[in-house]
Design a protein. Structure first.
Length: 344
C-alpha cells in the first residue's frame, strides 16, 4: 500500500489539528505545522506531495522550489490571491480551492444576528406572542383594514445604507462581506493585521481600517471575528463600545475571550448600544453569573445569546477536513477533482 506525504499548514489550535489528524485516511501520512520556522518548513516541504494550506502566506516560484515532490495544493477557503497561479502552471502543480462549509455557516449566523438586532426581533416576538399587551381593538384584515405596527415599536432599522465594521477579516469575514453586498450598506470597514490587495477590497466592497478604534468609530454595526491570542485577550472593551454611535449594535462570533462581556453588559444597560448578539463567550458553557444572562431575558434589551452553534452541526462528511481528504484521494486515484481551479 502506497503512502503519500501531506503537509498541512494551519493557524488553528491543537484541538482542530487533532481533529484533522484523526480524520486522515491510512494511505496519507499527514504532518500539521502551525507557524513553523523557515528551517522546519523547508525540511517538510522536501518530501511533501500535497500541500494543504489553511493559512495565508505567499506561495510563489521561490516557495515551490523548496518542494520538488509537490503535485497538488489544496487551499481551504475561498481566497487564493496569495498563490502565484502562473508559477503553479509552470511547475505542473494542480490547485484545489475547497470551500469551508463551517466558515460559511458562521457568516450566515452573523448575518442572521445583524438583521435580528436591527429589526428588534426579540421585542417583536414578545409583543406578537402576548396579544394582551396592546389595548387596540382587533379587526379582520383586508386590503384596507390592518394594524400596522400595532405596538408602536420604534427604531426598527435595516442594513441598507448602514455602516458596518468587521474586526478580524479572515475567511469568515470575507464570506460575511460577500453576503452583505446585496443589502447595499453605505460602507464596510475591516480590520486585519495585514491588508488585502486593493483589487480584492474592490471585489468585496470593503475598506481597510488600520486599527480597531478606526473601524468602530461611529460605525452602526460592528461584527467581531477576532481569533484568540495573548494579544487579543479581552481586546474589545468599554472604549470601543463608547466609540460606536448611540444605538449601534455589536455582534460577536470570534474567539470568546476577545470581548469584555462586563463592559458590553454595561454599554447595553446604560442604553448606549442598541443591541448585541453573541455566539461565543469568555467562559463556556454559560453560567447564571454571566452579566449578559439577566439582560437577555428582557426582550427590550435587544440582546441575543446563542450557545456556540454558529458553525452549524454539519454531518461529518461535509466537514472541511473530510472533504479535503476526499479530494486528495481522488487526485491519487486519477479521478476528476471537484473543486479544481483552472490555471491561466
Amino acid at each position: 500500500m502506497s503512502v503519500h506525504h501531506v503537509l498541512w499548514l494551519t493557524e488553528r489550535s491543537e484541538y482542530h489539528q487533532r481533529r484533522a489528524l484523526e480524520a486522515a485516511p491510512e494511505t496519507l501520512d499527514v504532518t500539521i505545522l502551525r507557524k513553523p520556522s523557515s528551517e522546519v518548513l523547508q525540511h517538510h516541504l522536501m518530501r511533501a506531495e500535497v500541500l494543504v494550506s489553511e493559512r495565508r502566506g505567499r506561495i510563489d516560484d521561490a516557495f515551490l522550489q523548496l518542494a520538488p515532490s509537490l503535485k497538488l495544493i489544496v487551499r481551504i477557503g475561498s481566497l487564493i490571491d496569495d498563490i502565484d497561479l502562473h508559477a503553479l502552471k509552470v511547475a505542473g502543480i494542480r490547485l484545489v480551492r475547497q470551500p469551508d462549509l463551517g466558515t460559511i455557516m458562521v457568516a450566515e449566523h452573523c448575518l442572521m444576528m445583524i438583521l435580528a438586532l436591527l429589526k428588534k426581533l426579540n421585542a417583536a416576538q414578545s409583543i406578537a406572542q402576548n396579544p394582551l399587551s396592546t389595548q387596540r381593538a382587533t379587526q379582520r384584515t383586508d386590503e384596507n383594514t390592518f394594524a400596522y405596527n400595532w405596538a408602536s415599536m420604534g427604531g426598527i432599522l435595516g442594513l441598507y445604507g448602514q455602516s458596518v465594521a468587521i474586526l478580524g477579516m479572515g475567511e469568515i469575514g470575507v464570506e460575511l462581506a460577500r453576503r452583505l453586498r446585496s443589502f447595499m450598506p453605505a460602507k464596510v470597514l475591516y480590520y486585519k493585521r495585514k491588508r488585502y490587495p486593493l483589487w480584492l477590497e474592490e471585489e468585496l466592497g470593503i475598506t481597510f481600517a488600520s486599527s480597531i478604534e478606526e473601524a468602530v468609530k461611529e460605525t452602526m454595526v460592528v461584527v467581531a471575528l477576532l481569533p484568540y491570542s495573548q494579544e487579543t485577550d479581552l481586546i474589545i472593551g468599554a472604549r470601543h463600545f463608547a466609540l460606536m454611535p448611540r444605538g449601534g449594535i455589536f455582534v460577536h462570533a470570534g474567539s470568546g475571550a476577545t470581548v469584555d462581556e462586563k463592559a458590553l453588559a454595561n454599554a447595553l444597560n446604560i442604553g448606549h448600544l442598541g443591541g448585541a448578539a453573541l455566539d461565543t463567550y469568555e467562559y463556556e458553557p454559560l453560567t447564571i453569573t454571566n452579566p449578559l444572562i439577566a439582560l437577555a431575558k428582557d426582550p427590550v434589551t435587544n440582546l441575543i445569546l446563542t450557545p456556540h452553534i454558529a458553525g452549524a452541526t454539519l454531518p461529518r462528511e461535509q466537514t472541511a477536513r473530510v472533504l479535503v481528504y476526499q479530494e486528495i484521494l481522488r487526485f491519487f486515484h486519477g479521478q476528476p477533482l471537484r473543486q479544481e481551479v483552472q490555471l491561466p
